[in-house]
Design a protein around this ligand. Structure first.
Ligand SMILES: C[S@@+](CC[C@H](N)C(=O)[O-])C[C@H]1O[C@@H](n2cnc3c(N)ncnc32)[C@H](O)[C@@H]1O
Length: 284
């Protein structure tokens, strides 16, 4: 992250989620706040030209993955709440809108949005501008994962470590160092039984085909030029082993085939995620 600047990728991802609302039928991720949260100007520009982010043939794959990972996280959150989760921690929240359309009452679910301080300040100003009021059961926790501990940031925000908690971490691990990703996962693994996390990650380039490597290079160049270079890559097998060793009793890695089978089956428009897509669902 560039010192004290809000994340540029947070807006890009939110724009694609908003584009999904306009372009795709049926929607994989139905988000009635997605257009509002990007601000009036961006929303009007997107409504005038919903394909403004469709610059390359890979763009629909990116849009599909961004929609699918949010849907998957919220599907798993719903199961987590049934298992007893009473806190939802959104790590690297960006312009995530769950808190502003949260179907659970204050007694059932407290929500924490954790983000890089400059991104969070920018989001809060944006919410004010767009007239989206933060609800009473949402707490903002500004944390720079690279220089502060998540535990400290959450505790100051009123997080209760004895409560069963669901975490989501979407589109973030790739921008951090491996050391920070592993430390954060160890903290999540120390949460009470029944707690869990959904997160996506980048596969190590050495495990990719030349065509996949060239797609990854393209993405890597784009995000680096936005000041957010890719840093952490993982081998799926080693990552699953590490997660189990940390104390996650259940670890599921959904790759492109599984994601497409669950969320993109029988579509007439051919929308689907690409071969680099991986999401982990791990439960304590
Ligand atoms: C691609 S955006 C994803 C945002 C959101 N999760 C979503 O799916 O819309 C990456 C997010 O990671 C956050 N981030 C990146 N580096 C961070 C750091 N060192 N500490 C805290 N947050 C960080 C950014 O502020 C941004 O919100």
């Amino acid at each position: 992250m560039k010192e004290d600047r809000p994340s540029a990728t947070a807006l890009r991802v939110a724009m694609r989620r908003a584009a999904h609302q306009l372009l795709d039928d049926p929607k994989v991720f139905d988000d009635p706040v997605a257009l509002r949260v990007i601000g009036k100007e961006n929303a009007s520009a997107l409504q005038a030209d919903p394909r403004q982010f469709e610059a390359t043939p890979l763009s629909p794959y990116m849009r599909a993955f961004i929609a699918a990972r949010s849907r998957y996280a919220e599907d798993e959150l719903a199961l987590g709440v049934r298992r007893g989760a009473r806190q939802y921690v959104i790590l690297g929240a960006g312009l995530d809108t769950f808190a502003y359309r949260n179907p659970y009452s204050e007694e059932v679910l407290r929500v924490f949005e954790v983000d890089y301080p400059a991104t969070q300040t920018w989001k809060r100003a944006r919410l004010k501008e767009t007239g989206i009021a933060p609800p009473g059961n949402l707490t903002f926790a500004p944390v720079d994962f690279e220089t502060q501990t998540l535990e400290g940031g959450l505790r100051s925000a009123g997080y209760d470590p004895v409560k069963c908690t669901f975490f989501s971490w979407l589109g973030v691990t790739e921008y951090l160092t491996t050391k920070v990703v592993m430390a954060t996962l160890r903290f999540i693994a120390s949460a009470p039984l029944g707690s869990g996390v959904v997160f996506d990650y980048m596969i190590s380039p050495s495990l990719l085909t030349p065509a996949q490597q060239s797609r990854l290079d393209g993405l890597s160049r784009r995000v680096a030029s936005a000041g957010e270079p890719l840093q952490a890559y993982f081998d799926p097998k080693l990552l699953a082993t590490d997660l189990r060793a940390m104390g996650f009793g259940y670890v599921e890695d959904k790759g492109p085939e599984e994601i497409n089978a669950v969320y993109f089956k029988n579509r007439k428009d051919g929308l689907r995620v690409g071969s680099l897509s991986h999401i982990i669902n791990a439960r304590v």
